[in-house]
Design a protein around this ligand. Structure first.
Ligand SMILES: [Zn+2]
Ligand SMILES: [Zn+2]
Length: 229
C-alpha cells in the first residue's frame, strides 16, 4: 500500500484496552526519539547541528533528563547554549519588541517535537487509510474504547483519507468518543460522590482512576522513559 511508516505499531496499539491508541503510538514514538538523543548516534555532526539549531522544549528536556545519558545531554545543552548566547546582544528601546519576538521564536522550537510531529502526521493519515483499505482493521477499530480529545480532533481531520469508508469511520469515531466520555464522566461522578458525608458505601475501584483518566482524555498520555538503575 506504499505507506512510509510501519503499520505494525498501529496494529499493536489498536488492540486491547487503553484510553487512547493514538497516545500509545505517540508515547512509543516519543520515547524512541528521546532514546535516540541519548544514544551515540546523536553525536554525529549532522544530528548535533540540528540539536544546536532547534534545541529541546522543556517537556522534552525533562524526558531526556529522566533518561540514562546525562553526559550526552550536558554536551548537547552546552553547544545549544553557546549558539543561543550569540543571539543575546545589547538591545535598544526602539527594537526591543521586535527583538523579543525573534528571540521567543528561537525558544519555541524543539528537534524532538519536530520529529515526533513528522511521524504523527503520517500515523494519523495511515490509520484513516487503513480504515479505508482493510476490513480486518475496521473490525479491530470497533473494539477500541475511544481517544483523547486532541487525537479525536486529528482523526476527524484525517477522515477523508478513509475514502469510501470515511462516513463510517466518522460514525464509529463519534460513537466511541461518546461512550468513552460517558465512562470517564461516570467514574468522575463516583469519585466526587465518595466525598459526600451521606455516602455509606465505598466508591468502585474505577472511581479512583477517574482523574488520571480525565487527564488522558483532555490532554493525552504523558511519555516517560523506562526506569533505569
Ligand atoms: Zn490520545
Ligand atoms: Zn519538544
Amino acid at each position: 500500500m506504499g505507506y512510509n511508516i510501519s503499520t505494525m505499531h498501529i496494529w499493536r496499539m489498536f488492540n486491547g484496552e487503553c484510553e487512547c491508541p493514538m497516545c500509545k503510538l505517540r508515547v512509543k514514538t516519543e520515547c524512541d526519539i528521546a532514546e535516540l538523543y541519548l544514544s551515540e548516534a546523536v553525536m554525529e555532526d549532522a544530528e548535533r547541528e540540528k540539536v544546536n539549531k532547534y534545541g529541546f522544549c522543556k517537556d522534552h528536556f525533562d524526558l531526556l533528563y529522566s533518561g540514562k545519558n546525562k553526559l550526552g545531554l550536558a554536551l548537547q545543552q552546552s553547544t545549544r547554549l553557546k549558539r543561543v548566547d550569540k543571539l543575546i546582544k545589547p538591545v535598544d528601546v526602539k527594537s526591543a519588541v521586535k527583538t523579543a519576538k525573534k528571540l521567543r521564536e528561537e525558544f519555541e522550537d524543539c528537534i524532538i517535537c519536530r520529529r515526533l510531529e513528522y511521524n504523527m502526521v503520517r500515523y494519523f493519515e495511515t490509520v484513516a487509510r487503513l480504515y479505508g483499505d482493510d476490513e480486518k482493521f475496521r473490525k479491530q477499530f470497533s473494539t477500541i474504547k475511544g481517544f483523547c480529545y486532541p487525537d479525536y480532533v486529528r482523526l476527524v481531520e484525517n477522515a477523508p483519507k478513509a475514502g469510501k469508508h470515511a462516513k463510517e469511520f466518522l460514525e464509529v469515531l463519534y460513537e466511541k468518543q461518546k461512550q468513552s466520555a460517558e465512562e470517564v464522566h461516570k467514574n468522575l461522578t463516583d469519585f466526587t460522590m465518595a466525598f459526600d458525608y451521606r455516602s455509606t458505601s465505598l466508591p468502585p475501584k474505577s472511581a479512583s482512576m477517574s482523574l488520571v483518566q480525565s487527564r488522558i482524555k483532555f490532554y493525552g498520555e504523558k511519555s516517560t522513559l523506562p526506569e533505569r538503575r
